[in-house]
Design a protein around this ligand. Structure first.
Ligand SMILES: Nc1ncnc2c1ncn2[C@@H]1O[C@H](COP(=O)(O)OP(=O)(O)O)[C@@H](O)[C@H]1O
Ligand SMILES: CC(=O)OP(=O)(O)O
Ligand SMILES: [Mg+2]
Length: 397
């Protein structure tokens, strides 16, 4: 069976077609600037040259229509007709407490995703648009929702409850959920393989450092804690998100800058983080370049970034009572050689010692710890699409 995997963001649609007979990737693609003039689709069929199509796409349905056209194109398509696609797997960010597993999407499931829009305003609306566009265009196949929150549902109340009046948990489900679960799941299982141990016997700290960034502490096959919380705003410094701050700042700046709640939400989610601190960019490569050229704000942005990550390593070390390995993944984690080096600097008291020569790698599964490091340091490229395809296949076949 061939599976279409869809990750619909607010102005983008990422997709892959995976043949489950051997899990080979037949095509990957990205539709950019959905709903913004100047939309483009970049389609990369395996073993062939990439195709770029420029065509304005007013909404996600128009974007998905173009994707489906491209997939069956006689020249650069990867299937003869859409009948060859057996099921569609959708990355879905917030599933609240409803899903600890992936599910076949029906009206009930869509209602839960809709109900969570309030608490995932950046992610759930485009996810839902992607699902509805695909259901309209492919009504006869199963659509499976794979939730960022699912893997973290093993957390105990000690780690998922906030010290707020208990009623807000009961009435509004205000608690910590955690995100990027599909990625933490994938890399932690790969890490157990690299350790040569059963997943259930490992203590693992995973660092998903992308544009959005989060960490997880995993023990006995369960997530003990993770850095994102009620929304994907908590935790590490991200491209445009502040991560942990004193919540008092929110009220103070709402007053000083005259922001209403929606404006404040936008401020801490989209104008903060590396972008806000540096004034340069949300992209880590730009920040590093600016810092190397002497930009003091970019340098501070990097130092704050490292500091948050180091803090969580210590936090999770304590919560796990030690750890077998830490795992770097996602765009920055897989490629940021200097970033990884700075994060691991002066952690030898915890038994974390990096071999800086071995660390000079990008996008490969490697152990970059010294021989005598008590804790292994793995670089593991994440593969959320493969996890989504596997779950979709399991539920659809
Ligand atoms: N060679 C590199 N060095 C440092 N950071 C990198 C490198 N390549 C990519 N990145 C960073 O990875 C981030 C994007 O990560 P990614 O996991 O693709 O994000 P997302 O999926 O959240 O869009 C960007 O900040 C980008 O700068
Ligand atoms: C949940 C989340 O932060 O996702 P992303 O990194 O794709 O923004
Ligand atoms: Mg990502």
């Amino acid at each position: 069976m061939k599976i279409l995997v869809v990750n619909a963001g607010s102005s983008s649609i990422k997709y892959q077609v995976i043949d489950m007979t051997d899990e080979s990737v037949l095509a990957v693609g990205l539709v950019d600037r959905v709903g913004i003039p100047g939309s483009t689709l970049k389609h990369e069929p395996a073993g062939k040259e990439a195709v770029v199509i420029k065509q304005d796409l007013p909404d996600h349905t128009a974007g998905m229509e173009l994707v489906l056209e491209v997939l069956v194109n006689p020249e650069y398509g990867v299937v003869k007709s859409m009948d060859e696609i057996g099921a569609v797997g959708h990355r879905t960010v917030h599933g609240g407490e409803a899903f600890a597993q992936s599910v076949v999407i029906d009206d009930e499931v869509k209602k839960v995703i809709r109900d969570c829009i309030d608490i995932a305003p950046l992610h759930n609306p485009p996810n839902l648009m992607g699902i509805e566009a695909c259901q309209k265009l492919m009504p006869n196949v199963k659509h499976v929702g794979v939730f960022d929150t699912a893997f973290h549902q093993t957390m105990e109340p000690a780690n998922y409850m906030y010290a707020l009046p208990y009623e807000v948990y009961e009435e509004y489900r205000v608690r910590r959920y955690g995100f990027h679960g599909t990625s933490h799941y994938y890399v932690s299982h790969r890490a157990a393989d690299m350790l040569g141990k059963k997943f259930e016997d490992c203590k693992i700290i995973t660092l998903h450092l992308g544009n959005g960034a989060s960490m997880a502490a995993i023990k006995d096959g369960k997530v003990v804690d993770t850095s994102m919380g009620f929304t994907p705003l908590e935790g590490l410094v991200m491209g445009t998100r502040s991560g942990d701050i004193d919540p008092g700042i929110v009220f103070y700046l709402m007053d000083k800058l005259g922001m209403n709640p929606a404006e404040a939400n936008n401020y801490f989610n989209k104008k903060s983080g590396l972008l806000g601190l540096s004034g340069v960019s949300n992209d880590m490569r730009d920040i590093e370049e600016a810092a190397n050229n002497g930009n003091a704000r970019a340098q501070i942005a990097l130092e704050v970034y490292y500091n948050h990550v180091k803090g969580y390593i210590g936090n999770y070390f304590a919560k796990l009572n030690g750890c077998d390995c830490i795992v770097f993944t996602a765009g920055v984690g897989e490629n940021g050689i200097d970033i990884r080096r700075h994060i691991c600097e002066d952690l030898d008291a915890l038994g974390i010692k990096m071999d800086v020569e071995k660390n000079k790698v990008r996008g490969k599964e490697v152990d970059v710890a010294t021989e005598d490091s008590r804790v292994r340091i793995f670089v593991i490229p994440t593969n959320e699409e493969l996890v989504i395809a596997r779950d979709t296949y399991r539920l659809a076949k």
